[in-house]
Design a protein around this ligand. Sequence first.
Ligand code: NAD
Length: 257
Amino acid sequence: MNRVQGKTCIVTGGGVGIGHACVQRLAEEGAAVAIFDRMDAEGQALADAITHDGGMARYWHVDVTREADVATAINEAAEHFGRVDVLVNNAGISGSTKLTHEITEAEWDLVQAVNVKGVLFCVKHAIPHMKRAGGGSIINLSSIYGLVGAPDVPAYHASKGAVRLMSKTDAMIYAPDRIRVNSLHPGFIWTPMVEHHLQASGATDIAAARDEVGKLHALGHMGEPDDIAWGVVYLASDESKFVTGTELVIDGGYTAH
Ligand code: NAD
């Protein structure tokens, strides 16, 4: 129950999907959680529910592509909760399904702005607070597609490859400050993102498409948000104090073959 007791955690994209589960599990395990998202109703409802149940959480409207907004929200969260120990860079979009020879510059840039520059801005402005706290843990949501390729969504795959190496670079830069940085690589997890992606890819029978994609995993089905959230709790907690610069793969065996 107290795996992250006393820590303040920022979770970007915490309103729905994987981020929502991360917020819930971190709060249950004793953390104060700052929820950053653009989905105000969902983010505020989650913060209210946690507070109602005796936990600590507060919602901030943040678009991670806007550096000034990120800086302001991180500083406010640090002031409100007294410190920043953990940053979960979860906000992300799958973006255009167009292939490499079709995608426009704007479509490419949008994905990199959220998935890559958003991570940069959040890390950049969280680091000074973590240094002040004497250390920290940064958890960057990459993907199985930061490890292996697939013949679709090229901008998304490029962004997740970038996140993997940004994590290793920052792990080395900030190790002397006792700040750990790791990437987390989910297989397909049933969330609004995956449902929208299946629709955008032309699936008409969503249940059948879910089953079909699930079969790409050795375990034969998609994962659920808590499968990732428990990995986040581990990386956020001191249980992982000797873990940095690594890749935590939670993918039901997708990349095992
Ligand atoms: P989701 O679309 O269900 O939720 C994403 C959340 O991020 C939403 O709350 C959304 O509002 C928020 N967000 C998007 N753009 C934002 C912005 N500019 N600023 C602030 N918040 C923003 O997605 P998900 O499936 O829960 O995915 C979460 C993360 O996990 C993403 O980085 C995704 O790439 C990664 N991931 C997901 C899967 C999967 O199968 N679901 C697999 C591998 C990696």
